[in-house]
Design a binder for this molecule. Structure first.
Ligand code: 5GP
Ligand code: ZN
Length: 113
């Protein structure tokens, strides 16, 4: 069985609800949401983290932002706001080693970067 949980989701091998998918990226709800809206946007290709990013991945990484904007529109948070987070490594608390962007919205987020 595929070891990476997000690769399994991308390949349709789980019952995870897919919010969006194209040739480059996939979006789905976080299994442990920390806000009323909490989605993950991932490249379809397995990259462990930002540390593995190269120029050839830029199309997928750019598409992740386009999908974030579309999710904001779909869920009507364009004006109220949302937060996009990419955790990388131990200090950031990365727990799944398939690069992913958190899309978090629907409440105030007090912590400031
Ligand atoms: P990280 O801390 O690595 O930035 O975030 C990983 C996120 O993935 C966590 O918010 C966690 O709840 C979520 N997650 C972990 N495993 C799964 C899974 O199998 N399915 C989904 N939908 N989310 C997951
Ligand atoms: Zn993966």
């Amino acid at each position: 069985m595929e070891a990476c949980p997000f690769c399994r989701i991308v390949r349709g091998q789980t019952d995870t609800r897919i919010l969006y998918q194209d040739d480059l990226v996939t979006a789905f709800p976080d299994i442990r949401p920390i806000a009323p809206l909490h989605f993950l946007i991932v490249p379809n290709v397995h990259l462990e983290s930002v540390n593995a990013v190269e120029a050839g991945h830029e199309a997928a990484l750019g598409r992740m932002f386009t999908v974030a904007r579309r999710l904001a529109e779909t869920y009507h948070v364009t004006q109220s706001g949302y937060r996009l987070i990419v955790n990388t490594g131990p200090h950031a608390g990365q727990s799944v080693f398939h690069l992913h962007m958190h899309f978090i919205a629907g409440r105030h987020m007090p912590f400031r970067a």
